[in-house]
Ligand binder design. Structure first.
Ligand code: GRF
Length: 231
């Protein structure tokens, strides 16, 4: 059994125990408007998930998503990356805060910082991200521009576990949307964002329910159901 697989088994065990003794905690990292974070919180409220939103952390205080968190009574923090001399020292401060908040799951929702291998290893198996493209197509930035330039007819979003590669971790689920005649970056981004808001809450719920198992670079959902949505 690989280290990641073993870790997820432990996570599944913790998920089971936590469901019996109490709620799981989510900590979300954002850099901007936080609409994915908002979609997850609203879905959790509507569906009455037994979950605790233990905190939201942004890498600068101007991140708009912090306001929504505060309105919801979710502890909101800014850890200014500019105040740290190195990526490592910033990530060490982040790890400390996330651990203090007691995160069972760390949700990256538009967090625009490259994370160090040390950070990723610390949260391995309980660190997830959403990427605005159908990975492995278009990793990195400016995905909508690149999709339009490439002339693809289908684009979308991917929720994945984070590993040390750039946008390479095991895929939890994906949603595709059509690229339409006359699309520009804004219209395409808006269509993809609507899809993101549908799949990220789903993926988080699957994790909380202990339904995800990493096997190699694949994520199995138990019991199985489609991990691909054509929207
Ligand atoms: C989303 O498009 C997400 O896929 C990407 O960053 C954007 C964040 O948007 N990682 P928001 O802050 O959740 O509104």
């Amino acid at each position: 059994m690989g280290r990641a697989t073993e870790y997820v088994h432990n996570i599944a065990f913790r998920v089971a125990i936590n469901y019996i003794v109490g709620m799981l905690s989510i900590v979300t990292l954002i850099s901007g408007r936080g609409s994915n974070f908002e979609a997850i919180v609203k879905t959790a409220q509507n569906e009455q998930w037994p979950v605790k939103f233990a905190g939201v952390i942004a890498n600068h205080s101007a991140a708009k998503g912090l306001e929504f968190a505060r309105l919801q009574g979710i502890p909101a923090f800014a850890i200014e990356h500019r105040e740290y001399p190195s990526r490592e020292s910033f990530d060490t401060a982040l790890i400390q805060k996330i651990d203090e908040l007691g995160a069972d799951l760390v949700v990256l929702a538009g967090f625009m910082r490259i994370l160090t291998p040390g950070f990723i290893r610390h949260f391995e198996g309980r660190l997830i991200n959403i990427h605005p493209a159908l990975l492995p197509a278009f990793p990195g930035l400016h995905t909508h521009e690149r999709a339009l330039e490439a002339g693809v007819k289908e684009h979308g979003a991917t929720v994945h576990f984070v590993n040390e590669g750039v946008d390479e971790g095991p895929i939890i689920c994906q949603a595709s949307v059509p690229v339409l005649e006359g699309d520009n970056v804004e219209t395409l981004a808006a269509r993809v964002l609507t899809a993101e808001h549908q799949i990220y809450p789903r993926a988080v719920k699957w994790f909380l329910d202990g339904r995800l198992r990493i096997e190699g670079n694949q994520v199995k959902l138990e019991p199985p159901e489609s991990q691909f949505f054509k929207l």
